[in-house]
Design a protein around this ligand. Structure first.
Ligand SMILES: Nc1ncnc2c1ncn2[C@@H]1O[C@H](COP(=O)(O)OP(=O)(O)OP(=O)(O)O)[C@@H](O)[C@H]1O
Ligand SMILES: [Mg+2]
Length: 364
């Protein structure tokens, strides 16, 4: 520790000439902790042995491996490559200097050594290293924060979908238990009323009864559209059948749904999510594919649920490009993100139409 409590920086001096070692020690002591090596080999041994100086002063011309080679090996090793390295050279050599800087050295100091120059350069490079490290640290902190924020945003997104689905279910139940039930009751009462009336009055009652039937039909359709009970009562397989019937055949697209089972044991939120995903893919077929046929298959494979939605339409352009807005919409982007969140994968294949495959771990 230095007197001010800040940890002293460590400098590794590599030089075969004792006279220079002594001069450098004289200049740098006691401000820095000094490590010494009398050759390139010894320096490399020290580094391989775990020494991690904050800066290396490296003589260029030494017996054995020279400074360039020593530098190359230090820079090649991922555990030492970021230690700033300054060459010590006996004469001005522009070409050698350029070569050395190209190897990754940060500076050159020429001998004979001028103490103020050595001190200033070492001070500068250590400050630069500290600043770089601090930046890297801040970068890591920021990246971590961005990751956490992204995770919580995704979480919020997923919860919004579930909250919306719960609200839809509540509205559907209220429609069923309130207006629908009351209308059914009114119709029964009208029937009773009719039995005691004359033919002329019955016609009016029939008209009211017909209006009630139409309203009931509309309300039931609305209820199913808001939240299909089949998804909760019978599971994903039957719900997808129902979906295909209402989305695809309504637009004249012939379809086939192959579902190995009902998948009613899937967690409710996964079931809701997958149902929504398949609806988005079916709506895409209706909106973009100009398809005559479509198919959905739901299977299991190696612990994953595998859903394939295929059409024989025009084929998606640039299917890999799933950034929002690039191809038009957000549907596939949001879908891919959600699938990622569930630890699954969305892949798109274009071959005589489009085939979108969703793979989701079944335990999610
Ligand atoms: N089955 C398909 N066949 C042909 N092209 C498709 C098909 N599905 C998607 N695309 C293309 O990919 C684009 C992106 O689809 P995505 O679902 O992300 O957005 P969108 O449907 O245009 O809008 P949004 O889903 O936001 O309402 C579409 O605009 C369309 O060009
Ligand atoms: Mg879409």
């Amino acid at each position: 520790m230095a007197e001010n409590g800040v940890k002293k920086a460590t400098i590794l001096i590599v030089d075969d000439e004792k006279i220079y070692l002594d001069v450098l020690i004289g200049i740098l002591n006691p401000e820095y902790r000094i490590l010494l090596a009398r050759s390139g080999e010894e320096a490399l041994r020290r580094l391989q042995g775990g020494s991690r100086p904050d800066l290396i002063l490296l003589d260029l011309f030494m017996p054995g491996i020279d400074g360039y080679e020593t530098c190359r090996r230090i820079k090649e090793d991922p555990t030492t490559h970021d230690i700033p390295l300054i060459f010590l050279t006996s004469h001005d050599d522009v070409e050698g200097e350029t070569f050395g800087l190209g190897l990754g050295a940060v500076d050159y100091i020429t001998k004979p050594i001028s103490p103020p120059t050595v001190k200033a350069r070492i001070h500068t490079h250590l400050a630069l290293r500290r600043a770089r490290r601090e930046l890297e640290r801040q970068n890591e902190v920021l990246e971590q924060r961005v990751k956490e924020r992204t995770r919580s945003l995704r979480q919020v997104g997923a919860e919004l979908v579930l909250a919306e689905e719960r609200e839809r279910r509540r509205i559907a139940r209220e429609l069923h238990d309130g207006p629908i039930q009351r209308l059914v009751l009114s119709k029964i009462n009208l029937g009773r009323l009719k039995s005691g009336l004359e033919a002329g009055q019955c016609r009016d009652i029939d008209n009211i009864s017909e209006t009630i039937d139409t309203t009931l039909k509309e309300l039931r359709t609305l209820m199913v559209q808001v939240s299909p009970p089949v998804l909760y009562e019978l599971g994903l397989g039957p719900a997808v059948e129902w979906l295909a019937e209402s989305v695809l055949s309504g637009h004249g697209i012939r379809f086939r749904v192959d579902s190995a089972e009902s998948y009613d044991r899937l967690k409710e939120e996964t079931r809701v999510f997958l149902f929504r995903a398949i609806r988005e893919l079916m709506l895409n077929i209706v909106k973009h594919a100009r398809a005559g046929r479509a198919s959905v298959s739901i299977n299991t494979s190696e612990g994953d649920l595998l859903i394939e939605v295929r059409d024989d339409g025009v084929g998606m352009i640039e299917p890999v490009n799933s950034r929002p807005g690039v191809n038009g919409g957000f549907g596939l982007f949001v879908l891919r993100d959600r699938i990622d969140m569930l630890g699954g994968k969305l892949s798109i294949e274009v071959n005589g139409g489009t085939c979108v495959t969703l793979r989701v771990p079944i335990s999610t």
